[in-house]
Design a protein around this ligand. Structure first.
Ligand code: BTN
Length: 239
């Protein structure tokens, strides 16, 4: 495996996309600090030096573009199960937030380099607040860190644990076409199954109850007795 380690960088996702074409599958870019860390929906991602894990993995799977959202589920499952191995319980707020005590500790940003019917590369960005104590005013109430939740862990140990899980679940999916272990983790550690939520899609906002996650990694919701499947990447949800 190739690991590119930086002291400072704009965004590990941006850099990964720049080098993706000539990079080997599995290349990991990791930085102590990001000056232009990005979250979903063009939001800013706070990535102070030494506070967390800011990394991106370059993948080149032979799958169709519409299957790419499943990679986000693999990332979520590997974060939750990587943390569990170190004694930290967390939940997945489908599709891409990892929470502890209802606050966000980690987020995933999956980006695609694709043509109509084929994928050139996928960049999976993962950010985790490990030692952060002070968060920016606008996310203070919503964010937490591993340390704030009472765990004194080294970033390198968390990183190793997550990458091991990711490699295992990713290879199961790519080599054996087996999604079941990943889906099991997503279901058993879901923060939303059984809950009433709001679904945001563009300007639209509606209420529904989450009932399950499908074998494909889609969220099943029910509203006025009508069942519907949501695909990650198209929607965002609120509690
Ligand atoms: C989100 O929850 O909105 C996703 C946050 C993703 C943050 C990570 S940190 C490493 C990688 N580089 C970025 O610029 N963003 C992702």
């Amino acid at each position: 495996k190739e690991v590119i380690y930086c002291d400072t960088i704009g965004s590990t996702n941006d850099y990964a996309k720049e080098i993706a074409k000539n990079a080997k599958e599995g290349t990991i870019i990791i930085s102590e600090e990001q000056t232009k860390g990005r979250g979903r929906m063009g939001r800013y991602w706070h990535s102070i030096k030494g506070d967390g894990i800011w990394m991106s993995i370059i993948l080149k799977p032979n799958i169709y573009p519409h299957e790419a959202p499943f990679i986000t589920q693999i990332a979520g499952a590997s974060i939750v199960s990587g943390l569990k191995k170190l004694g930290v319980n967390s939940l997945i707020k489908w599709p891409n937030d990892i929470i502890i005590n209802n606050k966000k500790v980690s987020g995933i940003l999956t980006e695609l380099g694709a043509e109509i019917d084929r994928i050139n590369y996928i960049v999976v960005g993962m950010g985790m607040n490990v030692k952060t104590i002070d968060f920016p005013e606008n996310v203070k109430e919503l964010a937490t860190s591993i340390k704030k939740e009472g765990h004194n862990l080294k970033r390198i140990d968390i990183l190793k644990s997550i990458i091991e899980e990711f490699e295992h679940l990713y290879l199961k999916y790519i080599q054996d076409k087996d999604k079941s272990e990943c889906i099991k983790i997503c279901r058993e550690n879901s923060a939303v199954i059984g809950k009433n939520i709001y679904i945001l899609k563009g300007e639209e906002k509606r209420k529904a109850k989450c009932v399950d996650i499908t074998e494909e990694g889609n969220l099943v919701i029910i509203n006025n007795n009508i069942k519907e499947e949501l695909i990650s990447g198209e929607v965002s949800i609120r509690g």
